[in-house]
Design a protein around this ligand. Structure first.
Ligand SMILES: Cc1ncc(COP(=O)(O)O)c(C=O)c1O
Length: 387
């Protein structure tokens, strides 16, 4: 089969490959603890499930408008306005099957051959993959492991050229758990305005903050008209399999992005959208409890990792991942991740799955029970002591 050349530029999200490998080992009888995939281990709250079931019974089984139902778009706009302190309307919102397609659609709509796109590295692997697939040049914005995974603003400034079209930011960050503080956001906003750069602000972990309040780059003057917010329901409401997320767009982008939705997936599932209305409008007790629980687990996993010889783990401020440096173990991270899966039964990801600056780190999702996290920690420690 002769594939189109562009397929050589398409990367992947290794978490799905490691999950498949781990499941294969499980099918052969091996016990594996799953710390590789980024999804809450909680069930979708009952009120949301009931809303989805009722929607199915009440005939929400057909096509619907490509940008999503008007009432859901309004509910999302209200939520965004309340949580970010900005002023958007439902017409700025486009609902998609997950937050991920927003990345694809934004880049398809904006990036031409030769355009440069800044993106966080270590960062969500789909950014780099999509930039290159769309013919752009991916310019890594380094998150410095020796500085709590912060960016260096002067370094970012030095990476801007006349070809820089888009800047992707992700706070709280997957995989590092770092956040962009107000001062960094303000400086990034200034860089964007001075150089006429658009911003894709991936805020999918905005509710998973363990310290302080979430701030969006859209709150800085004149940023709303040049920023796309990506957010969704997968993480906040434990709805990864429902496939629903959204983007909040400057007006000029709404029609072209809706056309991309029409050309690809047509629309997002009708009953899922009804469940999403309930997710935002209903009780927030369970999602809030989930965050508190993740905070407890964060402390457990970071303390545990820091007591393993050769590991050094910074305290994540948000999301639900620990990203320890393992350079003190002497293992390359890819080798260690493989051997931990095959020999110790712990599935996790090598840091380089998140870009070149991830080498020397592991990503460990702590969206798992305390019991499993403790067992994983003792398996990792035993492996390191024996090897
Ligand atoms: C940083 C980041 N953005 C976006 C997504 C997309 O999530 P979904 O498509 O399930 O909404 C993920 C999922 O892992 C993520 O980690």
């Amino acid at each position: 089969m002769k594939l189109a050349k562009r397929m050589n530029r398409l990367g992947t999200e290794t978490a799905f490959e490691v999950l498949a490998k781990a499941q294969k080992l499980e099918a052969q009888g091996k016990n594996v603890i799953h710390l590789e995939i980024g999804e809450p281990d909680f069930n979708t709250p009952e009120n949301i499930i009931s809303a989805g079931q009722n929607a199915l019974s009440n005939g929400f089984t057909s096509y619907n408008p490509s940008p999503g139902y008007g009432d859901l778009r309004d509910v999302i706009a209200n939520e965004i306005n309340t949580s970010r302190g900005i002023n958007v309307s439902g017409e700025n919102v486009i609902v998609t099957p997950g937050g991920k397609p927003i990345m694809f659609f934004v880049m398809l709509a904006l990036i031409e051959s030769g355009d440069e796109v800044l993106y966080p590295n270590p960062g969500f692997p789909i950014y780099e993959s999509m930039i290159e697939f769309c013919g752009g040049t991916a310019v890594p914005m380094k998150l410095h492991g020796d500085r709590d995974f912060n960016i260096d603003i002067e370094e970012v400034r030095s990476q801007i050229t006349s070809k820089t079209k888009l800047m992707i930011i992700n706070s709280p960050n997957n995989p590092c758990g770092s956040i962009l503080g107000d001062s960094e956001l303000e400086q990034l906003a200034n860089i964007a305005k001075e150089n006429n750069i658009l911003v894709l602000s991936d805020e999918i972990y905005s509710r998973f903050l363990f310290e302080g309040e979430h701030n969006s780059i859209t709150t800085f003057p004149d940023m709303l008209s040049r920023t796309i917010i990506l957010d969704g329901f997968s993480k906040t409401y434990a709805m990864t399999g429902w496939r629903i997320g959204y983007g909040v767009f400057p007006k000029d982008l709404v029609e072209p992005i809706s056309r991309l939705v029409t050309n690809s997936v047509s629309c997002t599932a009708s009953f899922t959208q009804q469940a999403a209305i309930e997710a935002i409008s209903g009780s927030q007790k369970e999602p809030n409890l989930m965050v508190q629980e993740f905070k407890r687990r964060r402390n457990l996993i970071v303390d545990g990792l820091n007591s393993i010889p050769g590991f050094n783990c910074a305290m994540p401020k948000g999301a639900f991942y620990a990203f320890p440096s393992i350079s003190g173990t002497g293992f390359p991270s890819g080798v260690l991740a493989n051997r931990l899966l095959e020999e110790a039964g712990v599935a996790l990801l090598a840091g380089e799955c998140f870009g070149k600056y991830g080498e020397g780190f592991l990503r460990i999702s702590f969206a798992n029970s305390e019991k499993n996290l403790n067992e994983a920690l003792s398996r990792i420690e035993k492996f390191i002591k024996e090897n």
